[in-house]
Ligand binder design. Structure first.
Ligand code: NGO
Length: 489
């Protein structure tokens, strides 16, 4: 690999302010060390591990006096941080753990990719970075229903997204093909809905036990990622109805499905059994989830008559609040009057009068995930071996060159909670497949969510992205070598 000194601004997402000082490069000597107060000790250890891997040096962690210092002070704004790099020291400063974690992710990108490179360049570029996010919510979504990914595979995706300051992982846990989270009192959901062969084309199978889910939440929390669980209702419920035929309107059994059709299944809005089931599920998922959000789906309920859809949501939306969570739902949910804190997630390609702008006018915050820009499961081009193309093909420039605050009339900057990049798994089977679809487009969505609009520019992004080629190659990451990028190395 060709070793080149990184420039201070070679970071994705691009920081708000970058002031290089080439006379002040910091030397990664064998005695490099990290210090932090006890409250930031875990972040210090995470940084030390990155440094050990990047340099091969021992990198001890101490309470104070390290050549790299982590200070929990100043910048009381959530996730804001500052990094000062001089010839003598590196200082990371933030008023919150999330800010310090963000600072570590920035510094990580300025380190050599591996020890062999470190032996050649030996320095981190000097200067000062000051930074804070544009949006509070920067999300990625993984579909566990169409293809189940194991806890280890999900952890790997958490590691990937956290590097780019994505701070929410939305898990699509249930759909027509499978049910992927254990729910007390409803064992057949996962015994049947998580059995071998429950996935598109019968691939895979599996589900998360409650301890496994709790471990994932904790793993994500250590990386300042909040898990957002989704139980898709009232449509996309065939797996639940296979397990419990009493959840259909006529009580007749239905067969398992491994095709990728949508819109054929629905819970029955006029049966009390429906609400007993939904309340059990929402209560259990809320109890397992420390984060503030619970996603109830609401999309593509084509076989739920509109009146029943309203009846259903009017009963179910308050349940989420009752168990202490803020409800998120796909934009179809905005057809009904929403509780004040409810968050519609917009995934449409063409604007339509679907209530999202009306919700924004009445003070609701919106998550933007337009499929033609932010869906990581769309093909890159017509020859992509994986992915779908119903929203068109989405190359890297297309995923980067749009702005969420002007996407939908009536939904401006102040109405946005943030952006999310969903990854649906109809065509995916492995971590290598996830990486291939997410990298590099996830970085485009990450930068849209973090960097101020005025500072963003495709040619700058394209040039910074090129530098990840050698890094990902060294790490064995299966990224898509998009022809729009002049990959280095
Ligand atoms: C749609 C649909 C999903 C599909 C996905 C594939 C939403 C919100 N519902 O997005 O069921 O898996 O497209 O791209």
């Amino acid at each position: 690999m060709r070793a080149t000194l990184r420039r201070l601004g070679d970071v994705i997402p691009l920081p708000v302010s970058v002031r290089p000082d080439p006379a002040a490069n910091f030397h990664l000597s064998p005695t490099v060390s990290v210090s932090a107060a006890p409250e930031a000790a875990d972040i210090a250890e995470q940084l030390a591990q990155l440094l050990r891997r990047a340099t091969g040096h021992p990198v001890p962690v101490t309470r104070d006096g390290g050549s790299i210092r982590i200070l929990l002070e100043g910048y009381d704004k959530n996730e804001a941080y500052r990094i000062d790099i001089t010839a003598e020291s590196v200082t990371l400063r933030a008023g919150t753990g999330s800010g310090l974690f963000a600072a570590v992710q920035t510094l990580r990108q300025l380190l050599p990719a591996e020890a062999a490179e470190a032996a050649e360049i030996e320095v981190v570029p000097g200067g000062t970075i000051e930074d804070e996010p544009r949006f509070a919510y920067r999300g990625a979504m993984l579909d566990l229903a169409r293809h189940f990914f194991t806890p280890a595979e999900i952890r790997s995706y958490i590691d990937t997204i956290a590097q780019f300051k994505i701070n929410h992982l939305h898990l699509h846990l249930t759909d027509d093909q499978g049910w992927r989270l254990e729910i007390p009192g409803w064992p057949r959901l996962t015994e049947i809905g998580g059995a071998e062969g429950t996935g598109v084309d019968g691939a895979g199978g599996g589900f998360l036990t409650r301890p496994e889910y709790a471990d994932l939440v904790a793993y994500a929390e250590r990386r300042f990622v909040t898990i957002v669980p989704e139980i898709d209702l009232p449509g996309h419920v065939n797996a639940a109805q296979v397990a419990y035929p009493e959840l259909t309107c006529d009580g007749e059994p239905v067969g398992p499905r491994t095709d990728a059709e949508v819109g054929y299944s629905s819970l029955c809005a006029n049966r009390e059994e429906t609400y007993a089931f939904v309340e059990d599920v929402i209560r259990e998922v809320a109890a397992l989830t420390p984060g503030p959000f619970l996603h109830i789906g609401g999309d593509e309920a084509f076989s739920t008559p509109p009146e029943d859809y309203r009846t259903f949501l009017t009963r179910v939306l308050p349940m989420v609040g009752k168990y202490g969570k803020r409800v998120v739902g796909w934009h179809e949910m905005a057809a009904v009057d929403l509780p004040p804190t409810a968050v519609p997630q917009y995934w449409r390609v063409e604007p339509a009068d679907d209530g999202v702008a009306r919700a924004a006018r009445t003070g609701h915050q919106v998550i933007m995930s337009p499929a033609d820009r932010s869906y990581l499961d769309m093909k890159y081009d017509k020859d992509s071996p994986l992915g779908l193309d119903w929203a068109g093909v989405v190359g890297v420039e297309r995923s980067y060159d749009w702005d969420p605050a002007v996407r939908l009339p009536g939904v401006g900057e102040e109405s946005l909670l943030g952006v999310e990049a969903p990854l649906w798994s109809e065509t995916l089977r492995s971590v290598a497949d996830i990486e291939f679809m997410a990298l590099p487009r996830l970085l485009a969505i990450a930068e849209i969510g973090w960097t101020p609009r005025a500072a963003r520019d495709w040619s700058s992004f394209r040039a910074r992205l090129a530098g990840f080629g050698p890094r990902w190659t060294a790490e064995g990451v299966n990224f898509h070598r998009s022809p729009e990028i002049d990959w280095e190395g």
